[in-house]
Design a protein around this ligand. Structure first.
Ligand code: NAD
Ligand code: UDP
Ligand code: UDP
Length: 333
């Protein structure tokens, strides 16, 4: 049993990671400033003596004794990371420095949640880790993209300078229960619009593509990466290589929800990448990992979550959290 720090642990991915680590029997320290995360995501863990929640902004130093660090703190949706772009950059850069300083003092393994956005609007398709990307350094997305690129750079420098056991995963679009309803991501928007019989908003002509990974698959990749030998740093892509246009996603969501919502077209946001699809050969080879949950199954579970939220507007803390017991039996099965 290890003591494991999850920064951003009250967020969408972080809360699923906390669940999985507790199911494996580890002690979990969750650090979050609740900027985009929520207490509802971790409410079911709060009475657990092996789970500790610390409200803290990772741009400030933090002194703890831990064996491993999963560094996830950072708003992930364009709506939120663009709301305060300077703080987004500080979160990635100062958050990385503080997490690395903590590793340096404790010797803790340290895994950075980086992003496919380091490839920008890619000119190489699908994107392998060896591609250096096509990023606008001063556009609306650059606080996030360049922040994560700087964090990757810091992880490598701390490795070279201080021999720290660091690891980097590059996450491609991931979805599932506990995505925030209002963060403007395509999967949550389309599902909520379909369930409310409102028009489904497609940005641009909807021919742009993304590849969507279900959250449980992604967390499995995180855990495998953390267990690799010290000299396996990455970066390694984690995502689902099955590529879809936004029109296809809208139609699938409409079909799965039985909705009669119309598709409407709106302006494409600035610097919106046209295509994105991970090359996951490296993860297949070095982690023996690939996604297993189909888009239909994953969307079905996500739709069930949002249906519950819509039908229980006054009970956010009782959201159908995959409880520790349920999650534990799922992991054992
Ligand atoms: P999220 O917004 O749900 O979670 C991020 C968490 O970090 C939130 O709980 C938020 O409150 C917390 N946070 C933000 N700034 C903080 C700060 N300064 N101090 C402390 N806590 C802070 O997003 P997510 O989808 O769970 O993303 C988690 C990580 O994975 C992020 O680093 C993100 O960049 C990365 N990622 C996610 C995706 C995806 O598709 N979900 C894709 C690529 C990368
Ligand atoms: N730090 C931290 N927790 C620790 C150790 C360090 O938050 O347990 C922070 C500390 O504030 C420092 C940063 O991590 O600014 C980087 O630490 P490092 O040892 O690399 O640098 P230095 O202390 O020399 O600036
Ligand atoms: N998108 C859309 N309608 C929406 C929200 C998003 O068509 O209501 C598009 C968006 O323009 C982008 C894609 O869906 O092309 C994925 O957007 P998201 O914000 O989920 O992820 P990211 O752009 O970070 O990959």
């Amino acid at each position: 049993m290890k003591r494991i720090l999850v920064t951003g642990g009250a967020g969408f991915l972080g809360s699923h990671l906390c669940d999985r680590l507790r199911a494996q029997g580890h002690e979990v320290v969750c650090v979050d400033n609740f900027h985009t995360g929520s207490k509802a995501n971790i409410a079911h863990l709060l009475g657990d003596p092996a789970f500790e929640m610390i409200r803290h902004d990772v741009t400030e130093p933090l002194y703890l004794q831990v064996d491993q660090i999963f560094n996830l703190a950072c708003p992930a949706s364009p709506v939120y990371y663009q709301a305060d772009p300077i703080h987004t950059m500080k979160t990635s850069v100062l958050g990385a420095i503080n997490a690395l300083g903590l590793s340096r003092r404790t010797g803790a393994r340290n895994l950075l949640a980086s992003t496919s956005e380091v490839y920008g609007d890619p000119l190489v398709h699908p994107q392998p880790e060896s591609y250096w990307g096509n990023v606008n350094p001063h556009g609306l997305r650059s606080c996030y993209d360049e922040g994560k690129r700087s964090a990757e750079s810091l992880y490598f420098d701390y490795r070279r300078r201080h021999q720290l056991p660091v690891k980097i995963v590059r996450i491609f679009n991931t979805y599932g229960p506990r995505m925030q309803p209002d963060d403007g991501r395509v999967v949550s928007n389309f599902i909520l619009q379909a369930l409310k019989e409102q028009p489904i908003t497609i940005f641009g002509d909807g021919s742009q593509t993304r590849s969507f990974c279900y959250v449980d698959d992604l967390i499995d990749g995180f855990l495998r990466m953390m267990e690799t030998p010290d000299d396996q740093i990455g970066p390694v892509n984690l995502g689902n290589p099955e590529e879809h246009t936004m029109v296809e996603i809208a139609e699938l969501v409409r079909e799965l929800t039985g909705s009669r919502s119309k598709l409407v077209f709106a302006d494409l946001p600035a610097d919106d990448p046209k295509r994105r699809k991970p090359d996951i050969s490296l993860a297949r080879k070095t982690l023996n990992w690939q996604p297993t949950v189909s888009l239909e199954t994953g969307l079905g579970r996500t739709i069930a979550y949002f249906e519950w939220l819509l039908s229980h507007p006054d009970e956010p803390f009782a959201a159908p959290a995959v409880t520790l017991q349920e999650r534990a039996s799922e992991v054992r099965a």
